[in-house]
Structures are given as C-alpha cells and as structure tokens.
Design a protein around this ligand. Structure first.
Ligand code: GDP
Ligand code: ZN
Length: 304
C-alpha cells in the first residue's frame, strides 16, 4: 500500500524542501533526477510547486512535481550566451505590487516594471497603494484602473482597505513585490497578527538595499493560502522578456489597429499606432516611457 500525499512546497533548500500538506508540514528529500520541464533550471523546485510525496519510506520523498500553472522566473546570473532560468515561485494567484504615493514617492518606472513581470509570468497583478492615510499630490490609481488592473488603497496604519486586501488574498497564493519602504512588512504584519517578523527589522539590520536576496519566504494566512515574500524580486531580470514579447505585456497596446510595419517596435517607426495613441492621449505617456526603458533593457539582454 503506498502512502502518497499531495502538498505545496513552501521552502526550498539545497536537496530538501518543506511541504505543506494542509494538516502538517514535513521536510522532504529531493531526488537528484527530479526535473520539471525541458529547460535546465538552477533550482528544480520552487516555492509554490505542487508535489506528490511518498510517505512510505522513513523519510518523505518528492515523487512527482505537478505541472505549473505559471511561474515567476529570472535569468540566473552567469553566462549571457547560455542563459539559465531560475524559477522563484510557481502556481501564483496574484503578484501583489505594493506601492505608495508618498514616502517613497510613487515611481511609475518601478510600478510598470513589476506589472510587466506579472504579465510575462502569466500571473495576475494586484496593485496595492499603501499609505492611503497620507495626502497625495497626484493620484495614479485612475490610470491603472483604466488599463484594467485591480487596484486597492490601503493603510497599514489606519486599517483602511485591509478587509478588501484580506478578502483578495485569503485562500490564494500571492507573491509580494514592491520598493522598500512602501509598507510590505507592515501589511504582512496586519494580515498575520502575532507574527514575529518585526517591521523593517531585517532592512534596518542589513542596511537599505544591501544584499537584496531572492530567497523566498512563505507566510501562511490565517484563513488559508499564503504570501511569498521575496525581497529581491523587484530587481530581477525577467525570464523570457524580449523586444518581441514586451509589447504584449502592455494591455493597452493590445486592441489598437495594426502598425504600418508588422514588426514595429513602437519606437520611431512611421505609421506606429502605439505612438499615435500616446500622442492622442489614449495611452499614458508615463506608460510609454516605461515601455521604452524596458525595450532598451530587453534589447541589450535578450533571452528566449
Ligand atoms: P517595507 O520596506 O515595504 O517592508 O516597508 P515597512 O513595512 O518596513 O514600512 C516602512 C515605513 O512606512 C515604516 O516606518 C512604517 O511604519 C511606515 N508605514 C507602513 N505602512 C504605512 C501606512 O499605511 N501609512 C503610513 N503613513 N506609514 C506606513
Ligand atoms: Zn508600432
């Protein structure tokens, strides 16, 4: 009689993972031959992977990795001629993009970069504008709502919007992203009362921006589901982002009439419908500016 159970990977260590089985968490052994997909991956398993465990032997062993719905991956540091995919998290319901309007000031480049990461990863983004208790000069939320992204306004201080945030995240698996100082830890603490993770303790101890790692930490939510915090996520080079795939990551570019040239990169080409829409004001200039920055980045470092 075999004892096979399905669970979710919540922590990855070399050769071992911690798997949440619902009723309990167990540490499991990863066999050397276990692989997912055709590409070489730096880490075979990622946080969020759904796996089948064999509990029959003395030590739980990963038998099988179930197909991934989606994944957030970066280009692993190394030889750019032989890029290797590093999967940071898999099977996500949300990429939660946390931003603030003030302290730090809203930066459209950072926001748009994370939205593109969500799009290329096939993970729906949820934009959270925190520090809603502060007065703002310009409100970028209508712009993003018009594009079609879900937007919440929250305050970890006054509690505004926290019920909506909790509703959106409970029972789901979310990856948390955003600049430092916007209130990610504060929101995590608010959603998980009693958590030992003190606000800013980590960043204060290590100094701002120093050694941003991409190690993923899993936080279970009281009502089910979890939040994956991966502090280095905002700086990663997204896997699969090329000058060809980039325009598809801007939803407002999708339903325009065709450009004069089929292979238009929406730069200075004549008859470009994206630029026409920017000039007509139906595409926000700040979004187009982000597109151009990302296009330059992707042109320099193209992966598959
Ligand atoms: P993180 O770097 O994104 O994890 O941000 P923290 O949670 O460490 O918060 C950074 C600073 O912003 C701290 O001083 C928090 O107390 C403060 N902060 C967090 N949330 C809010 C909020 O909703 N309103 C205001 N005014 N300040 C906040
Ligand atoms: Zn064009």
């Amino acid at each position: 009689m075999s004892d096979r159970r399905e669970g979710k990977v919540i922590l990855v260590r070399p050769g071992r993972v911690v798997v949440d089985l619902g009723s309990e968490t167990v540490s499991a052994f990863v066999r050397g031959g276990l692989k997912i997909g055709p590409r070489q991956s730096r880490h075979v398993l990622a946080v969020g992977d759904d796996v089948i465990l064999d509990l029959e032997r003395g030590e739980p062993v990963i038998e099988e990795v179930l197909p991934r719905r989606n994944r957030v991956s970066r280009v692993a540091p190394g030889d750019p001629k032989a890029p290797v995919e590093h999967v940071l998290a898999a099977n996500l319901d949300w990429l939660v993009v946390v931003l603030s309007l003030e302290l730090p000031r809203f930066n459209p480049r950072v926001a748009d970069r994370l939205l593109v990461l969500a799009e290329i990863s096939n993970v729906p983004p949820l934009m959270v504008f925190n520090k809603s208790d502060r007065s703002e000069e310009e409100d970028p939320t209508p712009l993003y709502r018009a594009i079609g992204y879900p937007v919440l306004r929250t305050s970890a201080w006054t509690g505004e919007g926290l019920d909506s945030l909790r509703d959106a995240l409970t029972g789901k698996v979310s990856l948390l992203a955003g600049p430092s100082g916007v209130g990610k830890s504060s929101l995590l603490n608010a959603l998980r009362p009693g958590t030992e993770r003190a606000v800013s303790a980590v960043s204060k101890a290590t100094g701002k921006g120093v050694h941003a790692t991409t190690a993923a930490h899993w936080f279970s939510l009281p009502g089910g589901g979890g939040i994956i915090d991966s502090p280095g996520i905002r700086g990663i080079q997204p896997w699969g982002l090329t000058p060809r795939s980039l325009p598809g990551c801007f939803p407002e570019f999708r339903d325009l009439p065709a450009c004069q040239f089929r292979d238009c990169f929406h730069r200075e080409e004549p008859g470009c419908q994206v630029r026409a829409a920017v000039e007509a004001g139906s595409i926000a200039f700040s979004r187009y500016e982000s597109y151009r920055r990302l296009l330059d980045d992707a042109s320099g470092t193209a992966t598959s």
